[in-house]
Design a protein around this ligand. Sequence first.
Ligand code: PMP
Length: 396
Amino acid sequence: MLTSRQLFLKHQAQTSDFPLMLEIEKAEGVYMYGANGEKYLDLISGIGVSNVGHRHPHVLKGIQQQLDKYMHLMVYGEFVQAPQVKLAEAISKTLPENLSISYFVNSGSEAVEGAMKLAKKYTGRTELISCYNAYHGSTQGSWSLTGSEDFKRAYRPLLPDVNHIWYNNFEELERITERTAAVFIETVQGEAGLRVAENNWLKAVRERCNQTGTLLVLDEIQCGFGRTGTFWAFEQFDVVPDILLCAKGMGGGMPIGAFISSEEIMGVFRNNPILGHMTTFGGHPVSCAASLATLEVIQQENLLAGVPKKAELFKTRLKHPAIKEIRNCGLMMAAEMESFEILKPVIDQAILDGVLTDWFLFCDNSMRIAPPLTISEAEIENACDIILKAMDKVLK
Ligand code: PMP
């Protein structure tokens, strides 16, 4: 009989050169539990998903209450479904007035797709601009926004008329013109290895978009929903986007995403002259209930207030000659080492010793640290001790 690991390799499409291949039986709070009694402190929250921890009781309760009523009823936007209505209202309360309308989808990539179509239809323009080292998703459209030619080559032709600028580079802003429908920017870049936007650069992008009638889309799929210590990362900057994207942490572990905009912009998706955008499962009632509960947990448990101190604790504890730099925005952190060859054995050893971390898609010399916001200070100290010991063990 084949083991689960053998079956995984035999029957599941492989997407990683180095799959971690942990077999988890249960996850709760900041911990994951393996089939043979292993216990892992989850320092990556399933890549930015479990911001309120795994199986948060309030989220489970929201899910259960909705399961007792109904699961799926109708394609998005036809019926008035309480979980969607409540979530849309709650989200709008966290945002400036111009971001009052949510379109719920199933994932981050779909939020990006929706925003690309919306921007094109609203402006009547064709060009889209994103950053060279950005990651916006894996569907054909969102993949087109990726700046890495290595990633794109095998899949061409992708979307035409997509151009790129460098993050935090002021000189290229003139490339945003009256032809540009939208500029897509991660308020804090995740897969590039944790790069935080400069306030003045974001302001200059906003200014240039205003001059040219271009929409500014902020992708907060990874950095939104409390990850950076404010509910939305852009609250820490002097800009407001025309379209905001979120997913990942939004569902507390359930699949959901959203693109959010104004009444005026979102209005073009009505039948003029044809329907704009459809989704069967987008805004799934159970996911919406989970998302509303997640939002409530962040607010009621005052999770944002604890983020700066917890981030600081990581930074003061994680001191080691092999760590060159720690970059962060709240609890979205990267610890940079010399190379992947040095980092990878540290990650492997830390996992053996009970701490789960990872690297970034476009930055494989940096350790990803993005624990649930519910992590305690004692757990942070313990995690840092294990990582430091792992470094000493493998970097002799
Ligand atoms: N945008 C950003 C900034 C992301 O980090 C991701 C996922 N890593 C996506 C978009 C795509 O989201 P999903 O995997 O849910 O499609």
